[in-house]
Design a protein around this ligand. Structure first.
Ligand SMILES: [Zn+2]
Length: 328
């Protein structure tokens, strides 16, 4: 199904009038996502050898993650977008269990993580074409991940810094093909690399995919402000997702800069936190600073309630809607 057909079926399915997000417990009206952390990890095995699906001491994981996730829920969080990708710990069945136990909406993902020097890209992806890779991701979108019936809510990719390597370029092309047929948002670990951001947007454009479907993950690390401005002007989502007590001043500066450019409607906020790192072997990275420190700081800096609502509710709801590029 190509883009035109997707749009027709999206309209028939009601996405055009009532955009949907796909959570680990099933589709939900995107407008019901509420206050959303746009990039966290409930758990991961990042740093460990690649494995899919992720294997964990499940009792230890639930004992660590569930009380913490409940505490985040009680701070006002309604939805968490989980960025743990295939081969470094994705485990949708556990995400669904955590969602049931905490009441949080959780989005999982499909895609391959090509950052960290390609160690989490499955070997067959080196040989396969972009179309073959996209077919695997579309199968997860349509039929669920690994026999669980749980469908991904977005595409999560990663690329190494600098110019796109051939494999990273192929992954972005595969993401464009997948997006055209599914409407899944394309969230890419891009970090500081303005050069990579420019190249990715060029690939998407050549594939007929709008920059509005693309999310610049870890854009808070950027040093090339011209690249950030260009991506924002093209319509991309800018994910300032490294909030912690030390990085808060930089996040505020960037939010103010994006506001000055008139691009606040494209900004997402999060911590890149992790409540069970490396299978519990490393200390957790909290994801509470938004609530305890950053939102009060935004208010003190003169951000209006409406603007704070964009950043925490309306923007993530649109960014992670199916077919977000078609509805904006
Ligand atoms: Zn992350």
């Amino acid at each position: 199904m190509e883009r035109r057909n997707f749009l027709l079926s999206a309209a028939a399915g009601g996405f055009a009038s009532s955009p949907q997000a796909i959570t680990v417990r099933g589709p939900l009206a995107a407008s019901a996502l509420g206050l959303t952390l746009a990039h966290e990890h409930l758990f991961s095995n990042f740093g460990e050898p690649p494995e899919e699906p992720g294997k964990y001491d499940e009792a230890a994981l639930l004992a660590a993650v569930v009380p913490y996730a409940k505490s985040i829920r009680s701070l006002g969080c309604a939805t968490i977008v989980d960025g743990t990708a295939a081969w470094f710990g994705r485990q949708p069945r556990l995400l669904r269990r955590i969602s049931e136990l905490t009441g949080l909406n959780i989005l999982s993902n499909t895609g391959y993580y090509g950052a960290a020097k390609d160690q989490y890209i499955p070997p067959q992806a080196q040989q396969e074409s972009a179309q073959q890779i996209a077919a695997r991701w579309l199968d997860e979108f349509r039929n669920g991940i690994g026999g669980t019936g749980i469908r991904p809510g977005f595409l999560k990719l990663g690329v190494d810094p600098g110019p796109l390597s051939p494999i990273d370029r192929k992954l972005i092309t595969a993401a464009a093909i997948t997006h055209r047929q599914s409407g899944l948002a394309i969230a890419v670990h891009t970090g500081e690399s303005g050069e990579s951001a420019r190249e990715q947007l060029a690939v998407l454009q050549s594939e007929g995919v709008s920059a509005k479907a693309w999310i610049w993950i870890h854009a808070n690390k950027v040093t090339d402000l011209a690249a950030l401005k260009a991506a924002a002007e093209a319509g991309a989502w800018i994910s300032l997702d490294g909030l912690d007590n030390e990085t808060i001043p930089r996040h505020l500066e960037l939010a103010q800069q994006l506001k000055a450019w008139g691009r606040l409607r494209q900004v997402l906020l999060s911590h890149d936190g992790n409540s069970f790192r490396a299978g519990g072997k490393r200390p957790m990275r909290p994801y509470s600073a938004l609530f305890t420190h950053f939102l009060p700081m935004l208010q003190n800096a003169g951000f209006a309630q409406e603007e704070i609502r964009w950043l925490t509710v309306d923007n993530p709801s649109t960014a992670y809607s199916l077919g977000n590029a078609a509805i904006r």
